[in-house]
Design a protein around this ligand. Structure first.
Ligand SMILES: [Zn+2]
Length: 283
């Protein structure tokens, strides 16, 4: 076996090659994740049909054949308007998989069967629940307004711009903000139902998003993004994403863009959020 000497110790070339490959993969985590997700999708949807449009490959089972053109139409619309809102170029091609029911969508992620989601963004691809499962009279207009495609496409844009370097609260906040602006959809405030809850800190939202009370964590994510837009302008939101893309952590990206310390940002933000939360409890 070939070897080179390092500190007097012979190290086989094979080991060095493996080390270099591992380092490259760690540096290109997003590319590796997307590669793995593409392979997983190829295997798990081998029996799905495919309809291709200019920018999308829609995969579906025969039972959902009628919905594929509807999903494709909304996806092309969403790609155009969501990327315009971000002011960034959209990815050339994206795969969307239509799952016939909640159980198969959840299973595609290894979630438990009770998990309810209408759409999921993961590793460059979008998965949606069949419109036939939740729309009484499925139409492109209804699927566009009430469906998950705008929201999930916004997650894709955040992932693209930041190179995968983002906090859950930020991507959930941006996705809801974009969706609300383009389709008008917004969850009702959870304040009344959750009046026993207190708000979560940025650190909790950052580290434990999935173990928090979901409706409160999502509500707060949108409100933080709206707070940034209202107080500093929408362009700062896109700039924060650019800074994340340059390798800043979320606190550094906020500090650099808003010219304020992260602690002060959080204090002022929470003073505003508390007011809104209390107002919501009284409705
Ligand atoms: Zn989301």
């Amino acid at each position: 076996m070939s070897a080179i000497k390092y500190d007097g110790v012979k190290v086989p070339l094979l080991l060095i090659t493996i080390f270099i490959i591992v380092m490259l993969l760690i540096k290109n985590g997003q590319a590796l994740q997307r590669f793995m997700v593409r392979q997983e999708i190829r295997l798990s949807t081998a029996n799905y049909a495919v309809t291709s449009t200019e920018h999308f490959d829609i995969k579906y089972l025969p039972i959902d054949a009628d919905y594929a053109p509807m999903v494709a139409g909304v996806a092309e619309e969403a790609r155009q308007s969501v990327s315009e809102m971000f002011g960034e170029k959209a990815p050339e091609r994206t795969t969307i998989i239509i799952y016939p029911d909640s159980a198969s969508l959840a299973k595609s992620f290894g979630w438990n069967k009770n998990a309810k989601a209408m759409g999921v963004y993961w590793g460059g691809s979008i998965r949606v629940l069949s419109p036939g499962e939740w729309l009484k009279e499925p139409s492109q207009e209804a699927f566009s307004k009430e469906g998950p495609v705008y929201h999930e496409y916004a997650h894709l844009m955040v992932d693209e711009i930041t190179g995968g370097n983002y906090s859950r609260w930020l991507t959930e906040g941006v996705a809801q903000y974009v969706e609300k602006n383009l389709t008008g959809f917004e969850f009702a405030s959870p304040a009344v139902r959750s009046s026993g809850h207190s708000l979560y800190s940025l650190r909790q939202l950052d580290k434990d998003f999935d173990s928090l009370e979901e409706s409160v964590a999502y509500w707060q994510s949108l409100k933080i993004v709206e707070y940034i837009v209202e107080h500093y302008g929408e362009s700062t939101l896109w700039q924060i994403l650019d800074e994340l893309g340059d390798g800043y952590q979320v606190d550094g990206a906020v500090e650099k863009t808003l010219s304020i310390s992260y602690d002060r940002f959080e204090d002022e933000l929470f003073a505003a959020l508390e007011q809104e939360w209390i107002r919501g409890c009284k409705v």
